[in-house]
Structure formats: structure tokens, C-alpha cells
Design a binder for this molecule. Structure first.
Ligand code: HPA
Length: 234
């Protein structure tokens, strides 16, 4: 049954959904992996696509930017469309000196300044990825890919974050910053589902000298996508 933000019929989604932030990227991913994919929803320009990849059903749907937007789509997919796994594929700002532009970061856990993860009174909930999905993604990495696994941070604001706080997070091993995963991991846990985030480092917070060509960005993104698909179909 259609929901307030998804106008697809029951059964329109595969059990596994790849979820980039950008709706145009969702369409490109769907076309790239599944040329015969069907568009199953398009409310507010957020296209959702379902098809088969390697003989197995797969859906792709964008989250929009930020945890409130992702939470709407992830909740409706888990609760009303029987989705069991959401794998976010996106970009992050590198924070750790170990992380370089174009590297892949797999978010094992996600710190956040969002109140969306305050789900149990008195508890600072620790949003955590699904181990099964994480292990499958890492196992699918090729020898030529640099893949970092560890904590990321999901912030509510893109601009104006306190530089000291960002530095402290980096000093505590945080690999990268993005805006969606802590809410995704929390929602997956609330719905007895699984979630993972696979990110390409698109810029670096402490090293503006690093730069990547558009071609590089696309090919590196395809590398991250390979890990995400492996997790989705594991
Ligand atoms: N914050 C900072 N830099 C980034 C982000 C973010 O959320 N995403 C990609 N680069």
C-alpha cells in the first residue's frame, strides 16, 4: 500500500535496497546495475527502482540529505514494504590522516549529534552496522582497493560544526563525516533489520590539497558500489 512518501504497490521492493543520498545517483546506479529495472516510486523526485542483479532482486532508492530525510524512507521501507536490508552508498569527508581521497570507508559504528538515536531514556545508544553485511562488503574488496573499517560520524549540520569537536572525533579514531548513517543503523535495529554504510571519501577535512578528477570520482564510486552490492546479496 502506498505510504505518505512512497507511491509503490505492496511487493514493489526487493528485500535489499541500495540507498545513495542523491536521487540522480540512485537512477544512475539502477541503470548501471540493472538496465531493465522498473521505476516503482517517484514521490518528491525520489525515484525508487527495482530489478534483478545477477539473478537476484535488488532495489535502489535515494534517501535525500540528512538523517530526518533518510529516516522517513528507511522507516517506510522497513515497516510497510518488508525491506530487510538497507545499504547506504554515499560519500564522506575524510577525518583520519589514514584516509585519502577516493578510499572506501565502511562504517562499523556511527557517532552522532542527532536526537534521532535517543531511543532509550538514559542511554547513549551506539548505532552499529550489521556484522554480516560488513563482513560481506569487506570480503568483496579487491586487492587494489583501499578499504578502511571503523567509526564514522553522522552530523545534522553540513556547515558550522565546531572545529575542536571535529578534531577530537578524529583523534578518537573517527574515519569520516557524513549525515545519514547513525539514524539508519538505529532504525534497522528498531525494525529487526540490517544496515550498512559504504562511503567514498570525496574531500578531506584536514587536507584541502587532496583533489580528485571527476573520472576518478566515478571509478572509485563504482568500487564502493561493488562492496555494497556484495553486502546486499550476501
Ligand atoms: N560533511 C563534511 N564533508 C563531507 C560530508 C559531510 O557530511 N559529506 C561529504 N563530504
Amino acid at each position: 500500500m502506498p505510504t505518505p512518501h512512497i507511491n509503490a504497490p505492496d511487493g514493489a521492493f526487493a528485500p535489499a535496497v541500495l540507498m545513495p543520498g542523491d536521487p540522480r545517483r540512485a537512477e544512475r546506479i539502477a541503470n548501471f546495475l540493472m538496465p531493465d529495472a522498473e521505476k516503482v516510486s517517484d514521490v518528491r523526485g525520489i525515484g525508487a527502482f527495482t530489478g534483478e542483479y545477477n539473478g537476484k532482486p535488488l532495489s535502489v532508492m535515494a534517501s535525500g540529505m540528512g538523517q530526518p530525510s533518510l529516516s522517513i524512507y528507511a522507516t517506510e521501507l522497513f515497516q510497510f514494504y518488508g525491506v530487510k536490508r538497507i545499504i547506504r552508498v554515499g560519500t564522506c569527508g575524510g577525518m583520519s590522516p589514514k584516509v585519502k581521497l577516493g578510499d572506501v570507508v565502511v562504517g562499523m559504528s556511527a557517532h552522532t549529534d542527532s536526537s534521532l538515536t535517543n531511543i532509550i531514556p538514559g542511554i547513549k545508544y551506539a548505532p552499529t552496522a550489521s556484522w554480516n553485511l560488513l563482513a560481506a562488503a569487506v570480503a568483496a574488496a579487491g586487492d587494489d582497493q583501499v578499504v578502511h573499517v571503523g567509526p564514522i560520524v553522522s552530523r545534522d549540520g553540513f556547515y558550522g560544526n565546531d572545529p575542536d569537536g571535529v578534531k577530537k572525533l578524529a583523534d578518537h579514531g573517527t574515519l569520516g563525516v557524513e549525515m545519514e548513517s547513525a539514524a539508519l543503523y538505529t532504525l534497522a535495529a528498531q525494525h529487526g533489520a540490517e544496515a550498512l554504510t559504504v562511503l567514498t571519501v570525496s574531500d578531506h577535512l584536514f587536507d584541502a590539497s587532496q583533489d580528485m578528477s571527476p573520472e576518478d570520482r566515478e571509478s572509485r564510486f563504482e568500487g564502493a558500489l561493488k562492496l555494497a552490492v556484495a553486502a546486499a546479496h550476501s
